[in-house]
Design a protein around this ligand. Sequence first.
Ligand code: NAD
Length: 306
Amino acid sequence: MKILVATKKAFAPLAIRQIREVIEAAGFNLEVLENYGNISELLKAVSGTDGLIVRSDMITAEVIDAAKKLKIVVRAGAGYDNIDLASCTSHNIVAMNTPGQNSNAVAELAFEMLLFQVRGGFSGKQGTELRLKSIGLHGFGNVGKYVADIAKGFGMDIYAYDPLVSERIMKNHGVKQCSNSKELYSKCQYISIHLPSNNITRKSIGYDLLSVMPKNAILINTARKEVIDETGLLKTFEERNDICYLADVEPDCKNVFDEKYKGRYIFTAKKMGAQTEEANINAGVAAVRQIVDFFKTGNEKYRINK
Ligand code: NAD
């Protein structure tokens, strides 16, 4: 049984070591393709593999077509918008993610960016404190819950909007429920986005929501750039000189920010949310355990395609 780890952005070496230990203990073989530059390398590597572990790598219909023996692909991470699920299903391939394994890393990054921004980028300028300020969580899944727990430590007033999470669960995390996204954006000084990218959420955050945010608002996006309507974002920045945008990965309109809005944004050059050794190990080891379990017992607990 051959298991391929194919990662354009390599895992931490310790994560690979632990993945190897799990694979060897199961009597399988590990192949590693890291930092590949070209899709042809991926197409060649997947051709003889039974199981595949990826990170943000694009697993398109072309990759699935080339993977003639593939039975299971696991996205070591939460978001799975990089995997063509319909293609997996039509080839009888099980697709999974590893929910929750990198959530703390992402939540910490959201806070790291927020702290840096409210202290004026450590420039010596007067900043503001987080205590008693309001933070709104747009999406209250694994990452949203970690952000709430951190915000509680800062003495913040915490709100969330998530139609799939009950008021009771929010209350257990010290969070007040909003009944729609507009209420959340109009109430909260800071908004942290934790939505998946899908047909409903793509470009769903634009002028309507951003323009109602309070004075000196900060929008933090560690989810996906695709959930933002960048036309609406730019229109809001055009009209208001108090709003800031902090994002894990640059928006397509980054050059406009570079030209006009210096000091009012932070964009990571590459996706950084899950880039900690701990998150790499958690997600990588969870992924390989799910694969071994799938082959040994048929367990499909974290399946994301039907
Ligand atoms: P999750 O699935 O645990 O939580 C997502 C939550 O969003 C769910 O509770 C869901 O009910 C809610 N939701 C879905 N549609 C909604 C809508 N229209 N309005 C309000 N709420 C809605 O996912 P997570 O682990 O918390 O991660 C959130 C997102 O963060 C992921 O989908 C992924 O895109 C992104 N992410 C980024 C990084 C990174 O490196 N920056 C790492 C992990 C995850």
